[in-house]
Design a protein around this ligand. Structure first.
Ligand code: UDP
Ligand code: MN
Length: 267
């Protein structure tokens, strides 16, 4: 099934509302905690956060009553060039590199530490984080931060757009991709502790940054054009260079179980 995405918000909003489903723990398949999870962390130049994130997440998965059963791996996907940051391309590159080694991906910001969360296999693309972010999110649309998708669903929506540079709107674009192909989305809506950083999306006086404005305009243009661009902008059109993969090393410390991929993007 494919859905027509209306260009105006008054028609789109009820469709976004209707797309959400509540997580149903009791209805889950018995193997929902046995599928292989790849946690994908798009990354560049946030070493202090990464140093906290890796041990924190490992401890979370050691102790959480349900999620401790999940066979997971952490993949740090570093953008190794001086272009503006591109979260979508890094996630797409990880999807390709991981291939058949995982059943599902969780695209995970490095600065979000799970307090109450749910990383089980997503029968539908799932929003894991809603609460605890410094800026309140639009609950109707928000699909960023920490998002889980099966490999099959990721492929079906052609992954992320490769065209959002700098900051913002690649997550809204991802959400509309799921809507376009008729997928429901699950609102797990966990609570996370957000680490502090200078914000790329807004200027000091609270206005959208130039990169944020560009990406907002790009997203608006996609919508106005009927939101068809995703078919040829994503995993199937990604052109990046994989510079190598090693165990993660941070200062003197090595994390043998954490994969560190270095990717050079192309404009
Ligand atoms: N990120 C990064 N380096 C950057 C920009 C972004 O590593 O220069 C990654 C990091 O994982 C971060 C995520 O992309 O958590 C989202 O970016 P950011 O935190 O700036 O956006 P926010 O969600 O806070 O608006
Ligand atoms: Mn952040």
């Amino acid at each position: 099934m494919t859905m027509v995405i209306p260009g105006d918000w008054s028609q789109l909003e009820p469709m976004l509302d209707a797309q959400w489903i509540a997580p149903a723990f009791d209805a889950r398949a018995a193997d929902a905690w046995q599928k292989r999870l790849a946690i994908v962390v798009p990354y560049r130049n946030r070493q202090a956060h990464l140093q906290l994130f890796v041990p924190y997440l490992q401890e979370y998965f050691r102790h959480d009553k349900l999620d401790r059963r999940i066979p997971y791996a952490i993949h740090v996907v570093e953008q190794a060039d001086d272009l503006p940051f591109n979260r979508g391309q890094l996630a797409n590159a990880a999807f390709r590199l991981i291939g058949d080694d995982a059943d599902y991906l969780c695209i995970h910001d490095v600065d979000l530490m799970p307090l109450w969360a749910d990383y089980a296999y997503p029968a539908h693309p799932a929003r894991l984080c809603l609460h605890g972010r410094p800026v309140p999110e639009n609950t109707q649309l928000y699909f960023g931060g920490v998002t889980a998708l099966s490999m099959a669903d990721y492929e079906r929506i052609n992954g992320f757009s490769n065209n959002y540079w700098g900051w913002g709107y690649e997550d809204h674009d991802l959400r509309l991709r799921t809507l376009s192909v008729g997928l429901r989305v699950e609102a797990r809506d966990g609570r996370y502790n957000a680490l502090h950083h200078a914000h790329n999306g807004f200027t000091g006086d609270g206005r959208l940054s130039p990169a944020g404005q560009r990406n907002r305009d790009r997203f608006g243009a996609e919508l106005a054009a009927g939101f068809q661009g995703w078919r040829h902008d994503g995993v199937n059109s990604l052109r990046v260079e994989h510079l190598g993969t090693t165990p993660l090393q941070l200062g003197a410390q090595t994390w043998p179980q954490v994969r560190h991929h270095r990717i050079r993007l192309q404009t």
